[in-house]
Design a protein around this ligand. Structure first.
Ligand code: ADP
Length: 446
């Protein structure tokens, strides 16, 4: 097992990984930018090293500084968390060149998954259902218009190397496509460093269901269940649940088999997530693979009893997966709320600043993954996720009831957060009855 792990991240996920290291008897080394000098991850870890000034490019994305920190501290592995360098194949290679184990999948899997249209083509060749669309890069408007004609509108333009819900454009007709195609390409270039885009048929009001895969270095691959991620705002997840809501067991079983097949055809290793969209008729389609620990991993942990971060670490240390041979049936129901420092009454504008007071909810079945502490400053330099409220109970109905109680207890003073917005969602009749889809918020929450 590793002696010392450097955590190349900040915020709640850095704290989460430090906790796993401590429980495994592994030394944890955190890193911080000068903006994060007093952050809780620097205090909870065994050691902490400054890696640069606040802008991410100069600190949390600065590979040289992070690798140097790991070498100076004598670490034998690096955990990337999510975001920042977690899905950057160059970083994985830099770790290898410096004899540091990257806790995640190998470069090839990350490279393959990073090009989303390429990943879709591979799945299609292996008879995994995908959304009708282009094959590879759509280079010019002529090709795009031909595709529009062939597929029928609406269609969606997506960045081949995109992520985080960015760079997508829905086109209801030819005129939209002519107007949006150049902007989609230039947005992809500026956000992801390449103007490669692909086109898919746009599915109205789909559900987003994803499957957690665990694969060791010996060819063993298991699926430990699914997550419902249909409550989104601007294609970004806000509430996640496990198991999926009102989904026929037959459909889940079939999707799970395809998720396993998707992981097998690319010889996947470590933790990964296979994402699908499900249309109104119950048809499902592969959309992408995420090669990191997901923000929403706790809902799977709560219904399976697994510790997914420990699984990642064990697999990277060449242990066989301890999950083998177990048929994972979810126990109870779990809901996660992403508590963001944003103003829901002002178009979710980021709301950085000082947290003057707070109270975290607790009690049976209530978990809060966070990095906030008294007099904590929420930095404008990084993403707005400040806490995850994770609520578990025997049934979905009970988990919703418990969520009321936990959201009422949760107090954060000094900045605006998404907490009041979630109170509205959980009182909505369609949310309660499980009638949800990716446009639920636009349609239902005023
Ligand atoms: P990202 O990697 O940026 O998160 P995804 O491909 O995972 O992008 O898609 C994110 C979300 O965008 C989906 O959960 C869904 O809400 C929406 N979306 C993506 N593709 C389609 C599609 N073809 N039709 C309808 N909605 C889509």
């Amino acid at each position: 097992m590793f002696k010392s792990i450097l955590i190349a991240n900040r915020g709640e996920i850095a704290v989460r990984v430090i906790r796993a290291c401590k429980e495994m008897g592994i030394e944890s080394v955190s890193v911080y930018s000068t903006a994060d000098k007093d952050c809780i991850h620097t205090k909870l870890s065994d050691r902490s090293i400054c890696i640069g000034p606040p802008p991410p490019a100069k600190s949390y994305l600065n590979m040289d500084n992070i690798i140097s920190a790991a070498k100076v501290a004598g670490c034998d592995a690096i955990h990337p968390g999510y975001g920042f360098l977690a899905e950057n194949p160059k970083f994985v290679d830099a770790c290898l060149q410096n004899e540091l184990v990257f806790i995640g999948p190998p470069t090839e899997a990350i490279t393959l998954a990073g090009n989303k249209s390429n990943a879709i083509d591979i799945m299609k060749k292996n008879k995994i259902p995908v959304i009708p669309g282009s094959s590879g890069d759509v280079g010019d408007i002529k090709k795009a218009l031909n595709l529009g004609n062939h597929l029928g509108y609406p269609i969606i333009i997506k960045a081949s190397f995109g992520g985080g819900g960015k760079g997508m454009r829905i086109c209801s007709n030819k005129e939209d496509l002519i107007a949006h195609f150049p902007t989609a390409k230039s947005e992809s270039e500026s956000s992801f460093g390449t103007d490669e885009v692909y086109i898919e048929k746009y599915i109205p009001k789909p559900r987003h269901i994803e499957f957690q895969i665990i694969a060791d270095n010996y060819g063993n691959i298991v699926c430990v269940g699914e997550r419902e991620c249909s409550i989104q705002r601007r294609h970004q997840k806000l509430i996640e649940e496990a198991p999926a809501v009102n989904m026929p067991p037959k459909t889940i079983k079939l999707m799970r088999e395809f998720a396993l097949k998707a992981a097998r055809v690319i010889n996947y290793k470590n933790l990964g997530t296979i994402e699908f969209l499900v249309d109104g008729h119950g048809n499902f389609y592969f959309i992408e693979i995420n090669t990191r620990i997901q923000v929403e991993h706790p809902v799977t942990e709560m219904v399976t009893g697994l510790d997914l971060v420990k699984e990642q670490i064990k697999i990277a240390a060449c242990r066989k997966t301890s999950t083998l041979g177990t048929e994972y049936k979810p126990r109870g129901h779990c809901i996660e709320f992403r508590i963001n420092a944003e103003d829901p009454d002002n178009d979710f504008r980021p709301c950085p600043g000082k947290i003057t007071d707070f109270f975290l909810p607790g009690g049976p079945g209530v978990r809060v993954d966070t990095f906030i502490h008294p007099d904590c400053e929420v930095s404008p330099f990084y993403d707005s996720l400040i806490a995850k409220l994770i609520v578990w109970d025997g049934t979905r109905e009970e988990a919703i009831r418990k969520s009321h109680r936990a959201l009422d207890e949760f107090k954060i003073e000094g900045i605006k957060t998404t907490i009041p917005f979630y109170r509205k969602i959980i009182t909505n009749k369609n949310f309660i009855s499980g009638n949800i889809h990716t446009h639920f918020i636009e349609e239902e929450i005023k």
